[in-house]
Design a protein around this ligand. Structure first.
Ligand code: APR
Ligand code: ZN
Length: 373
């Protein structure tokens, strides 16, 4: 039997434990992936810290890529050997949303249950007790069985670590700008929060032809770095939101066409709404802990015909969007590799979480180690 090393959260709020788990062979409609790279996303931290309660023992990781090593019944054997980017929201392809082509709104996704489509897990401990794969992909595991519709073959030449990031932060950020907000050439865009998701919004804005892209973060070094992703101006956010809003207005000739929030904190959600001028569109990308509420002054919002949008997973249709983002990377138009600041072994995951909390770096990538073959 295949044995994976995985990062397991037994009880939220406690450190993720690196454990050896047995991996059963792929069943019908599933594939076995030798995981190569997995990005450390703020959503992993939400789960680890208990911001989003999850049932039972769960093997973490939802941003990853690897190579298909075996396929289950009914899966095209030609998939074997292909590098795949993994989608953390496998579409059921049957519900009304999927049928309408809006797979990010799928109501039948097995990812919601953190299991395979048949409701079970291929991971088990030595005593036989199952461990659930986070979103059905568990990318911090060195081997993982995933539903075939979550495994998207990438164009030749896309490195696994780039494919991994396309699986979450790139699709979330680029898609929020190009698909949800549908930014048009010549518009002005403000991005609040410059982690992997926010920097991908900046890349998306440049790709969409925005003429003015203003990058906002409380960390000055990130504001500076945003220029290499296409930002044309920057604002270092201090403690007073009114000062930040004024700086945003100054940088965008009175106010931007679009404001995107890519952090998931109530004060910055309120800041994003405040920064939008009449006619402006606010797109919320960051996910808060469960149960948080934001407020805003309703009269000027309506009077100014502003718009407020939510964007989950950048409206990703993985099967077509992931390879498209891969080709844009190969073409030099989405510098995804520049997001990677640190590569680490799985053992250092808790240290990576601490670094992420401090907001010091962009993307950290777990590089899975495998015996020479
Ligand atoms: N003002 C400005 N910038 C801030 C503030 C603030 N009050 N608080 C945090 N930031 C910045 C951090 O400095 C960091 O650069 O927001 C950025 C957040 O980046 P990451 O922690 O790397 O998060 P990321 O992985 O990009 O995810 C962002 O998207 O899907 C969600 O769950 C995810 O909520 C998370 C969000
Ligand atoms: Zn993520």
């Amino acid at each position: 039997m295949t044995v994976a090393r995985a990062a397991v959260v037994e009880r939220t709020g406690e450190a993720a434990r690196i454990e050896a788990l047995g991996v059963a062979p792929p069943r019908a409609g599933e594939v076995l992936v030798r995981m190569l790279a997995a990005g450390v996303c703020h959503s992993d931290l939400h789960v680890r810290d208990g911001d989003w309660p999850r049932p039972g023992s769960i093997a973490l990781g939802h941003e990853g890529a690897g190579v298909v090593e075996a396929v289950g019944e009914g899966v095209d054997p030609a998939l074997t050997g292909r590098t795949v980017a993994l989608s953390w929201y496998v579409p059921c392809l049957r519900c009304r949303a999927c049928q309408a082509g809006r797979q990010w709104l799928c109501t039948g996704s097995s990812s919601l249950r953190h299991a395979m489509p048949d409701g079970t897990s291929r991971f088990a401990r030595a005593d036989g007790s199952p461990v659930l794969p986070y979103c059905g992909i568990a990318t911090f595991a060195s081997w993982s069985v995933v539903p075939v519709d979550a495994a998207i073959p990438m164009p030749e030449g896309v490195p696994a670590e780039v494919a991994a990031l396309i699986g979450c932060c790139v699709s979330t950020g680029v898609g929020a700008v190009t698909k949800t907000a549908a930014v048009r050439p010549g518009e002005s865009v403000v991005v609040i929060g410059l982690g992997g998701v926010g920097m991908s919004c900046v890349m998306g804005a440049a790709l969409a032809g925005a003429v003015s892209v203003v990058a906002v973060d409380r960390v000055a070094a990130k504001v500076e770095r945003a220029r290499s992703f296409g930002a044309t101006a920057g604002v270092v956010a201090g403690d007073d939101p009114a000062v930040t809003v004024a700086a945003i207005r100054d940088a965008t000739d009175g106010g931007p066409d679009h404001v995107l929030e890519a952090i998931g904190r109530v004060p910055t959600v309120e800041l994003a709404i405040e920064a939008a001028p009449p006619g402006g569109t606010v797109t919320l990308v960051g996910l808060t802990p469960f149960g948080q509420r934001a407020s805003f002054d309703v009269f000027p919002f309506v009077d100014g015909s502003r718009r407020l949008l939510g964007s989950n997973y950048g409206f990703a249709v993985a099967a077509t969007d992931f390879p498209r983002y891969g080709r844009l990377y190969l073409d030099g138009r989405l510098p995804v590799d520049r997001l990677i600041d640190r590569r680490l072994p799985l053992e250092d995951l808790e240290d990576a979480f601490d670094t992420l909390r401090r907001g010091e770096v962009l993307r950290q990538v777990v590089v899975h180690e495998h015996d020479p073959r």
